[in-house]
Design a protein. Structure first.
Length: 359
């Protein structure tokens, strides 16, 4: 395959080395090392991204805007092939290539609050730089990706058509989801509120999507396939879901599910340092809600998939998605215990630039 793809970029497959890269679950990714430069080559997963050209068009629009707005900002976008195209449709699938940023490091897990701060700052900076970009001009790369209302309706449908044995097994957790439907109602309020506008949002703010330098300072955000119109609660919430607990969503020992308070403050400080002057006062009031929003939605998605015999995420073992759902519900319970403290003004935290609205 590579002997057919690499020449399209002017690279001789005999003079390059190609190795699998990273641990991403969606696209196939390789590092291509050539004589003068290294690259990241990806095959786009068309089962997830039905229209890869939509991603390519989005990145082109954003690149043009940022080149004028802040040409010094490192926007990692695809390089052009010899044909002039930045996305190649080949018999082997859709491919694109980006420069490998030398000296950069990506993390798979957070161990320090400073890492959470730097990551939040980079995601905040990304949206802040694009605050004047018309988000409505972007293509939707995954329809209804963070549409909580739709996810809840899908959950109800899953319950109505569930495997009877699994339905009985999950009763306690189904009841919990239904008891906290107010989270869905708040989402509907947000969508209907003109003071919470659609913005250019990354939508996948896990720590591995931030590049760090040798001094552990954030450089930029990467993996931009899910960049599309959305609400700021998506990025903030996904950081809370994936940064606040040291244990991942795969952990089955619930005693390890806990909230790192200082990491919440780090997310707030880093993100608001860039976004305080951008967000409306109404948006700032939903900062803490963002964590509930994403954790609850992911719990719903895992549980619905379990009830439907693992047709979406698949399962590496019996009850895999059930355990993931239990994990996320445990995380949400811990988050809810901390909610009042999180919502109080963060008087002990470092004041971000521009004096943002207190939580």
């Amino acid at each position: 395959m590579f002997e057919n793809i690499l020449p399209l970029y002017g690279l001789n497959s005999d003079d390059t080395t190609v190795n699998l890269f990273g641990d991403g679950l969606i696209n196939h990714t390789w590092k291509v090392t050539a004589a003068e430069q290294s690259y990241i080559l990806q095959k786009v997963n068309t089962d997830v991204f039905k229209e890869p050209s939509n991603i390519d068009k989005n990145l082109s629009l954003l690149k043009d805007f940022l080149n004028k707005k802040d040409p010094e900002y490192l926007f990692v976008s695809p390089v052009k092939a010899l044909s002039g195209e930045s996305l190649l449709n080949t018999p082997s699938g859709y491919f694109r290539m980006t420069p490998f940023i030398e000296g950069s490091v990506s993390l798979n897990a957070l161990t320090k609050r400073e890492e959470a701060y730097e990551a939040a700052k980079q995601f905040g900076k990304f949206s802040a730089l694009l605050a004047d970009f018309d988000a409505a001009t972007l293509n939707i790369t995954i329809p209804d990706f963070h549409n909580l209302s739709l996810r809840y309706e899908q959950f109800k449908t899953a319950c109505a058509n569930a495997n009877p044995e699994r339905l009985e097994q999950a009763k306690e957790y189904i009841d919990f989801i239904n008891e906290h439907k107010s989270i869905v109602n708040t989402y509907l309020d947000i969508v209907a509120n003109d003071e919470v506008p659609l913005r250019v949002i990354h939508h996948d703010t896990k720590i591995s999507n931030v590049l760090f330098d040798a001094n552990n300072k954030g450089i930029c955000v990467i993996d931009l396939d899910t960049v599309m119109p959305g609400y700021f609660i998506s990025d903030v919430g996904d950081m809370m879901r994936t940064y606040l607990c040291a244990a991942s969503e795969e952990e089955t020992d619930l005693t390890k599910i806990s909230i790192r308070k200082d990491f919440f403050k780090a997310i707030y400080e880093g993100y608001m340092e860039e976004m305080a002057a951008v967000l409306s006062d109404t948006e700032k009031q939903y900062f803490t809600y963002a964590g509930k929003f994403i954790i609850y939605m992911q719990a719903i998605r895992f549980l619905a998939d379990h009830l439907q015999n693992d047709i979406y995420y698949g399962a590496k073992y019996e009850g895999h998605n059930f355990n993931r759902a239990i994990n996320q519900i445990a995380l949400l319970k811990e988050y809810l215990k901390m909610e009042e403290e999180f919502t109080a003004p963060l008087s002990s935290s470092k004041e971000p630039r521009n004096q943002p609205h207190a939580l």
